[in-house]
Design a protein around this ligand. Structure first.
Ligand SMILES: Nc1ncnc2c1ncn2[C@@H]1O[C@H](COP(=O)(O)OP(=O)(O)O)[C@@H](O)[C@H]1O
Ligand SMILES: Nc1ncnc2c1ncn2[C@H]1C[C@H](O)[C@@H](COP(=O)(O)O)O1
Length: 215
C-alpha cells in the first residue's frame, strides 16, 4: 500500500504532478475539486467570514478522500490535509480570522486524525512538497486563470500570496507525520519539458524505493 500526498503553495504544480505520478504509478488520483467547492469563491470575497466554513468544508472533503485512499490501497492526492491549518493560522495571525474558531478547527482536526486502536493510520506514506518562488507562483496562478485568484480581481492578493509562501518553509521543516521530500518547482518544468519530467519522476521513484514502497 502506498499513499502519496502533494503539498505546496497555490499554483506550485501539485495537481499537474499528481496526474503525472498517478499515471506513472498506475494508481488512483484524488483532486481538491476546486470547481465544485461552493465556499471558495465566497472565501476570496470575504476571508474573515468564510475561513472557518471553508476549512470545515475542506476537512470533511479531505477525510472522505483519505478514507477512500485507504480503501484503494494506492493513491496520489493533490493537497495534504496538513496544510489547511497553515492557511487558517496565517489568517488568525494577520487578524483576518478568529482565534477561537481556529482552536475549535484545530482540535477537530486532531480528533479526526487520531489513530484509534484497530483503525488504519490516516497518515500518508510520503509527502512531496513542491517549492516555488513568489514569481513562479504568481506566474502560474495567472497562467491557470481562475478568476477569484487573480491579482487583477484583487490586487491585495499579492501580499496574501507572499505571506502564504513565508508560512510554507517553516511548515515543511516541521512536518513529521510521514517521510517527506522536496521538489524544486522553479527549476523543473515537469509540465512541458520531457527531460525535467523524467528527472522528477526518477527522484520520486528513488525515494519510494529507499522507503521500501516501490518494487
Ligand atoms: N513545474 C511546472 N512548470 C511549468 N508550469 C507548471 C509547472 N507546474 C504547474 N505548471 C502550470 O501552472 C499552473 C498551475 O498548476 P497546478 O498543477 O494547477 O498547481 P496547483 O495544483 O499546485 O495549484 C498550470 O497552468 C500548470 O500547467
Ligand atoms: N485551507 C485553505 N484555506 C484557504 N484557501 C485554501 C485552503 N486550501 C485550499 N485553498 C485554496 C487555494 C486555492 O485558491 C484553491 C486550490 O488550491 P491549489 O493550491 O490551487 O490546489 O483553494
Amino acid at each position: 500500500m502506498t499513499v502519496i500526498v502533494l503539498s505546496g503553495p497555490i499554483g506550485a504544480g501539485k495537481s499537474s504532478l499528481t496526474s503525472l505520478l498517478a499515471e506513472h504509478l498506475g494508481t488512483q488520483a484524488f483532486y481538491e475539486g476546486v470547481d465544485n467547492n461552493p465556499i471558495l469563491p465566497l472565501y476570496y470575497k470575504d476571508m474573515a467570514h468564510y475561513t472557518f466554513l471553508l476549512n470545515t468544508y475542506l476537512l470533511n472533503h479531505r477525510l472522505a478522500q483519505i478514507n477512500q485512499a485507504i480503501r484503494d490501497h494506492n493513491s496520489v492526492s493533490d493537497r495534504s490535509i496538513y496544510e489547511d491549518a497553515l492557511f487558517f493560522k496565517m489568517n488568525v495571525d494577520s487578524g483576518i480570522a478568529d482565534p477561537t474558531e481556529f482552536k475549535i478547527y484545530d482540535s477537530l482536526l486532531e480528533n479526526m486524525m487520531e489513530q484509534a486502536p484497530g483503525n488504519p493510520s490516516k497518515k500518508p506514506d510520503l509527502l512531496i512538497y513542491i517549492h516555488v518562488s513568489l514569481d513562479t507562483m504568481l506566474h502560474r496562478i495567472q497562467k491557470r486563470g481562475r478568476t477569484f485568484e487573480q491579482l487583477s480581481t484583487d490586487p491585495g492578493l499579492k501580499d496574501y500570496y507572499a505571506r502564504l509562501l513565508s508560512y510554507y518553509e517553516p511548515w515543511y521543516e516541521k512536518y513529521n507525520a510521514s517521510p517527506k521530500m522536496m521538489i524544486d518547482g522553479d527549476k523543473y518544468d515537469f509540465v512541458a519539458d520531457e527531460d525535467a519530467r523524467k528527472e522528477v519522476i526518477n527522484t520520486i521513484d528513488q525515494k519510494l524505493t529507499d522507503l521500501g514502497n516501490l518494487n
